[in-house]
Design a protein around this ligand. Structure first.
Ligand code: 0GY
Length: 296
């Protein structure tokens, strides 16, 4: 029996995504997705801000195959706190076809980090989205980043655009490669050439160690499905300006979406609209994630 009841307004992932018309290039990586539970095997964290539906590894790998991807990067979500067991289990079940981004607290031992590395973890995620995670002192995060740097790991950062001015110096002083989730969550009702997104583009332009995921389309869009037109100029700008530092992911199982649940096949069909050439698509889906996750 599952002891965890998902939140009443929780939207469950799409049961039958369509087969995408766009065929990802051979070796494509879905570089932002999660596994949840199952809660009766891998309990959700007491400090979580939401209780999701279970979204186990087997379902994720079914989706990977259906959409035409070969690999996944599984990102620890806040509902599991710093308990990475569900993530590690999924990595083991992937037989080398998944890498992970974990969450750790100050007390993590070197042996724990080495165990995570052996399982396929290559980064730590710092979550600054206030509705998702309690704040952790910057010094603690900086110390963690300094500890993972020698392992060749990177830092994944999740924040809202409005927080960027305050986070800017912290992000740029991290001693690792930094990957920003969902382009720093821009407000896409503002112009792509407006001051808010300009700051994000400046961050990327002036700091070659900073990468961006051009994922989260369904999350950022105000115009909504099926076309998510308002996100296109933002994602396109990032892909075309920084073709060697971008990653794409489904964001399955789409935690905390309240308005609609996307059809993952349609999200894959969005890719050619933001990466128009075969070369950009190969960098986004194959070369970049392989370099970051499979060469160390
Ligand atoms: C995402 C988004 C969300 C959730 C989490 O760790 C998490 O709980 O990342 C969100 O609610 O925006 O894309 O991973």
């Amino acid at each position: 029996m599952n002891t965890f009841q998902m939140d009443k307004d929780w939207l469950v992932f799409h049961p039958h995504p369509s087969r995408p018309s766009f065929r990802p290039p051979p070796g494509a990586v879905d570089a932002h997705c999660h596994v949840f539970g199952p809660g009766d095997v891998f309990p959700y964290a007491p400090e979580r801000k939401y209780t999701p539906c279970d979204a186990p590894a087997a379902k994720l790998f079914e989706l990977r195959d259906w959409l035409g991807f070969e690999r996944n990067v599984i990102v620890q979500a806040t509902c599991h706190g710093a308990d990475n067991r569900a993530l590690v289990d999924a990595l083991e079940r992937s037989h080398g076809r998944a890498r992970g981004v974990a969450t750790a607290r100050a007390g993590v031992s070197d042996a724990d980090l080495e165990t995570l590395h052996a399982a396929g973890v290559r980064g730590l995620r710092f979550n600054f989205v206030k509705r998702l995670a309690d704040s952790i002192p910057r010094e603690t995060l900086m110390t963690l980043a300094a500890r993972i740097a020698p392992l060749g790991w990177h830092t994944v950062i999740y924040f809202e655009a409005i927080e960027l001015p305050e986070l800017y110096d912290f992000i740029t002083s991290l001693p690792t490669t930094v990957v920003v989730d969902h382009m720093g969550r821009p407000d896409v009702s503002q112009p792509v050439d407006g001051p808010e997104f300009a700051l994000f583009l400046r961050l990327m332009r002036e700091h070659p160690r900073i990468w961006s995921k051009v994922s989260g389309t369904e999350r950022l869009s105000r115009s909504g499905p099926p076309d998510y037109d308002d996100v296109v100029p933002f994602s396109r700008r990032v892909v075309e300006s920084f073709p060697d530092r971008v990653l794409w992911g489904t964001d399955w199982p789409h935690p905390n979406l309240k308005s609609h649940m996307p059809d993952d096949g349609k999200l894959v069909d969005f890719i050619p609209r933001i990466a128009a050439s075969a070369e950009l698509q190969r960098k986004l889906l194959v070369d970049n994630p392989m370099r970051l996750y499979w060469t160390i």
